[in-house]
Ligand binder design. Structure first.
Ligand code: FEO
Length: 628
């Protein structure tokens, strides 16, 4: 068998496998696109394996492992999760690499005994007992240049689960979290399109069905990883995520907090002879006529309950329409409802349609079942159909559509006081974000600006605006030259924090490499640094005019040099706000005080002084809003 490892980053490899024959994952969830079992190998002074794989792909896993080790030792196996789709090959691994140390939580160590009978002195005997290093919250493991920090993540998806953060490559090894159904068909890394297409749908279906019941535990794990500077998320199933991570993290926060993604209506129906289906189609059209978008309609006899569960996580409102069957709820609807109940999905709004030719009871029974779910609200009266919907019955459907449409949250109409200046309006300006670099004698300095504009074409001139209080502005006034590097959309938050949230008067911003694997500082003809990391172009300017505008200096400069550095798209302020700037952890919602809308800094306290200035981003009190 030929090895098929994939390079993730220097010295780190995906060494898992794909199973496209598995028709039903865990014996429950159909996997039309197959499933991948991800294992990773990090080569270092000590070689570290991160999880094994399902036995179905054990052959290629061992092939990959042996190919990459090339006879060298395997020193550690970090086991994040003991479910056999990831640990099944551990027993054989221990036989092949007897000097290996297994790194895992105490609960995992107990499960190793349960699954493999490997505890000292038992079963196969003490000589087969694995070397185990038990780790707890916050413990670390060094393998040379890499350091792994462990965080317990109980019930994401089993109680023994942990995740690890490796700080050299900035990789979060996330166990089942951020995993997805779907085999890896060539491209291992999630692309922009994957955030909206089948991978997102399969990631939602995977999370909601497999981990969805444990929302509070997932929120706790998300709070733990919120402060981390993550470049890549390597889950145990599906794609590796390395772009737009906040998009995925935000989805997880929604799913874990049972917050709908879409304020819309999901209609799930059962219909033996098409009459209930007809009523549902009338309702769907009536809802659309009332302006409801993204309505989805599913026949529960044709659509499996794992899809229904996933869609209930997505939608705010659910209409259940079912025939009466055996004096109860039609069996497929009963199955879907009980799957929703088993996952303890919270805080949705439901309405009901029942059908029965002689004694309709499905509405009453569905209502009883759904009323017992946590936080669910029931809308309106159950609409009863006797065998088929007639014109005389249409008003009851129209009334239900009115009730649902009126209940759907609408985007609040912008309230605008005449002559008021609304700060978020400025965030809609399509400006980008730039690293402005200067040099004061032998000292390099730089800051983040959001205003750099081409002024004239012939000759080439640009304008920039710089906060006067900034050290960078002081240096431009002295030297009259600067470089503007255009930052790209893959720029991590730490670059903005490094250059934007500290002053060059007290910190040497170029004292060390910002990214040890980045290209490092390069200098343009004017002697200034440009784009040490993450710039897609730079422009050198020589000041020919300036004007003091109170808080800012506006500079007009002639361009002395300009070059494209990469084809990565430029970051816009909107993209930064949506996808790069960290979202406050859920715990922040419990805090009382004021949050800066620009950088997220929280000032705790009832009052915010009118002359308050954000210590992080220097915006004034008008950039703050009250929490809670
Ligand atoms: Fe992929 Fe919980 O196992």
């Amino acid at each position: 068998m030929a090895h098929n490892e994939r390079l993730i980053t220097d010295g780190v490899y995906w060494i898992g496998g794909n199973d496209r024959r598995l028709s039903v994952f865990e014996g429950v969830y159909p996997s039309e696109r197959g499933v991948s079992y991800n294992s990773y190998l990090a080569l270092d002074e000590k070689n570290v394996l991160l999880d094994t794989v399902d036995k179905a792909v054990g052959g290629v896993f061992f092939e990959n492992l042996e190919f990459l080790l090339k006879g060298k030792s395997l020193d550690y196996a970090i086991i994040h999760h003991m479910e056999p789709d990831h640990s099944a090959c551990l027993a054989e691994l221990l036989l092949r690499y007897p000097a290996l140390t297994v790194v895992c939580t105490e609960k995992s160590a107990a499960m190793i005994g349960q699954f493999f009978n490997f505890q000292a002195g038992a079963g196969g005997g003490a000589e087969r007992a694995p070397r185990i290093r038990i780790v707890k919250e916050g413990d670390t493991l060094s393998s040379g240049r890499r350091t792994y920090t462990f965080a317990e993540a109980p019930m994401v998806h089993w109680p023994e689960v942990m995740v690890s953060y490796e700080s050299y490559d900035r990789i979060l090894y996330s166990a089942d979290a951020f995993g997805s159904f779907g085999a890896i068909d060539g491209n291992l890394f999630a692309d922009e399109a994957d955030y909206a297409g089948v991978w997102l749908d399969d990631a939602r279906r995977y999370y909601t069905n497999i981990v969805g019941k444990y929302g509070p535990q997932v929120l706790a794990a998300l709070d733990k990883i919120a402060p981390l500077d993550i470049a890549m998320i390597c889950p145990l199933h599906g794609l590796v995520w390395r772009k737009n991570l906040n998009f995925f993290l935000e989805k997880y926060r929604r799913w874990a907090s049972y917050t709908p993604e879409d304020n819309t209506v999901l209609i799930a129906y059962s219909s033996v002879y098409g009459n209930t289906e007809n009523a549902v189609n009338v309702l769907a059209a009536a809802l659309a006529d009332r302006g409801v978008k993204k309505i989805t309609v599913y026949d529960v006899s044709a659509t499996r309950s794992d899809v229904i569960v996933s869609e209930v996580f997505r939608c705010s409102h659910v209409v259940f329409a079912a025939t009466t069957y055996n004096a109860g709820i039609f069996i497929k609807m009963d199955e879907a409802l009980n799957d929703i109940k088993a996952h303890q999905i919270r805080d949705r709004t439901a309405a009901f349609i029942e059908n029965g030719s002689w004694a309709p009871v499905s509405g009453k029974l569905m209502r009883e079942l759904v009323s017992a779910l946590p936080g669910w609200k029931i809308l309106g009266d159950t609409v009863t159909i006797n065998s088929s919907l007639k014109e005389a019955g249409r008003p009851s459907i129209e009334k239900l559509a009115d009730t649902i449409a009126a209940d759907l949250p609408r985007a609040p109409a912008p309230v605008h006081e005449k002559n008021a200046v609304d700060i978020p309006a400025f965030f809609k300006l399509s400006y980008g974000l730039f690293l402005l670099t200067v040099r004061d004698g032998e000292k390099d300095n730089g800051c983040i600006i959001n205003t750099a504009v081409q002024l004239t074409d012939t000759p080439k001139r640009i304008t920039i605006s710089v906060i006067k209080a900034n050290y960078t502005d002081e240096i431009i006034r002295k030297t009259g030259i600067f470089n503007v590097s255009v930052l790209s959309a893959d720029t991590p938050f730490k670059v903005f924090r490094h250059f934007g949230f500290q002053s060059g008067r007290t910190a040497d911003k170029f004292a060390g490499p910002l990214d040890p694997k980045g290209p490092g500082p390069a200098r343009s003809a004017n002697g200034l640094i440009y784009a040490p990391v993450y710039g897609n172009a730079f422009i050198s300017g020589k000041v020919i005019d300036s004007k003091d505008w109170g808080t800012h200096t506006l500079y007009v400069a002639e361009v002395t040099e300009a070059a494209v550095l990469s084809n990565e798209p430029s970051v816009t302020y909107q993209y930064y706000a949506d996808h790069i700037k960290p979202k406050p952890p859920a715990s922040a919602a419990k805090k009382k005080g004021w949050v800066c809308k620009v950088c997220g800094y929280i000032h705790e306290g009832e009052e915010l002084p009118p002359d308050f200035v954000c210590p992080i981003c220097n915006h004034g009190a008008d950039a703050f809003e009250k929490l809670g």
